[in-house]
Write a protein that binds this ligand. Structure first.
Ligand SMILES: *Cc1c(COP(=O)(O)O)cnc(C)c1O
Length: 363
């Protein structure tokens, strides 16, 4: 089994820094973990060190574990109309953009006699979910006119840097602030939360203030990887080594690398590449696409190169490595967000806590 090694000290550093930084900008943080079955220790760190709530993007199989989530977390995806009872039961708030779903959610909350709030998503230019800005006031009016009404209108939210790669700017941030003011002045309905995400906002916040109305930020990648997506930067105050992917070597053989006479595709439908020909030292590692996103991994060992990936193996060329490997050696990798997320949710990757110093892997 491969391992996802979590360094709790480094995680705590990132959570503490982000909590302090966002407090200066008058922002609450929703820590985004996506996975409803995520590691309890990690969630506890987030809640204890200043995050206001936890955001999840999938509906759990069973009830949310109360000892892990003292208050129900937030559902940060659009609910499917077929899953509304589970949404109301497991989550205090869900993100919404469709009136038919909101009406059904209201009915569900009434029949379950369970409080539930909705955050209305607005598309401010990233072309992801959300009502168009000119429909926002009208939609909030409709929500408030539901009778009887069990659901609460919590506020408005938007995503940036996700689908169209839209970065924060005066226009999209200003628009969120204006819409909040407009709802309050035209409808006399309070907008408690104005939420923006995700980590791409951190770049803006290094140089400029956010409009005062924005009071919540949703952060995922930066917490775990210390990076700012969309602009592909490392945040100067964050630790990039919170998580490490650890595999072990199952086979080491010298192989003659030559393209086969008749060459088809590999297990994943890709065209095999034969860049370094002749006798090469090849290692087979114990993970594939069932365990992570192998192409999002970068080996920590100089000279190692991933050359092929299938469902259960990853093949590495180790000819140019100085170290003499043996079967059973541990090999560590840093991860991009896709690799991190997929190893995090894979039942085949075990989470392990790292106590420093840890010299078990070959480096
Ligand atoms: C995943 C997600 C985030 C977190 O984005 P990062 O860039 O990883 O910080 C925020 N909001 C929503 C709705 C998401 O789905």
């Amino acid at each position: 089994m491969s391992q996802l090694i979590l360094n709790l000290d480094k995680l705590r550093h990132n959570i503490r820094f982000l909590s302090r930084h966002c407090r200066k900008h008058h922002l609450d943080i929703t820590g985004i973990i996506k996975d409803p079955c995520a590691d309890p220790k990690m969630i506890r760190q987030m809640m204890e060190l200043g995050f206001k709530n936890i955001g999840i993007s999938r509906v759990p199989d069973g009830p949310i574990i109360r000892s892990v989530f003292p208050k129900r977390p937030i559902y940060i995806s659009l609910p499917s109309i077929h899953e509304l009872p589970a949404i109301v039961q497991c989550f205090s708030i869900s993100f919404n953009s469709e009136m038919t779903v909101i009406e059904q959610l209201n009915q569900t909350a009434i029949s379950m006699n369970c409080p539930h709030s909705i955050l209305l998503m607005v598309d401010t230019g990233d072309l992801r979910e959300g009502v168009m800005p000119d429909q926002v006031v009208e939609t909030v009016r409709k929500i408030h006119q539901l009778t009887p009404r069990a659901i609460e209108f919590a506020g408005i939210g938007t995503n940036l840097g996700c689908c169209a790669g839209t970065v924060p700017d005066e226009y999209n941030l200003g628009l969120m602030a204006r819409l909040a003011d407009q709802i309050e002045s035209e409808l006399d309905i309070e907008v408690n939360t104005v939420s923006v995400g995700g980590s791409v906002l951190l770049e803006w916040m290094q140089h400029k203030p956010l409009p005062g109305r924005i009071n919540n930020i949703r952060l995922g990648e930066s917490v775990f990887l210390g990076t700012i997506p969309t602009i592909n930067q490392v945040h100067p105050n964050l630790d990039t080594r919170v998580v490490t992917f650890r595999s072990d070597i199952l086979e080491i053989k010298d192989k003659r690398i030559t393209p086969p006479q008749l060459c088809g595709k590999d297990a994943l439908g890709g065209r095999p590449q034969f860049t370094r020909l002749g006798i090469r030292k090849r290692a087979i590692l114990n993970f594939g696409i069932c365990d992570t996103y192998p192409l999002g991994l970068t080996p920590l060992i100089p000279g190692m190169e991933i050359v092929s990936v299938n469902s259960n193996y990853t093949l590495a060329d180790i000819t140019d490595c100085r170290h003499r490997f043996k079967v059973g050696d541990f090999v560590d990798f840093t991860m991009n967000y896709q690799a991190f997320l997929q190893s995090f949710i894979s039942p085949f990757t075990r989470i392990r806590y790292q106590k420093e110093p840890d010299n078990t892997a070959v480096l």
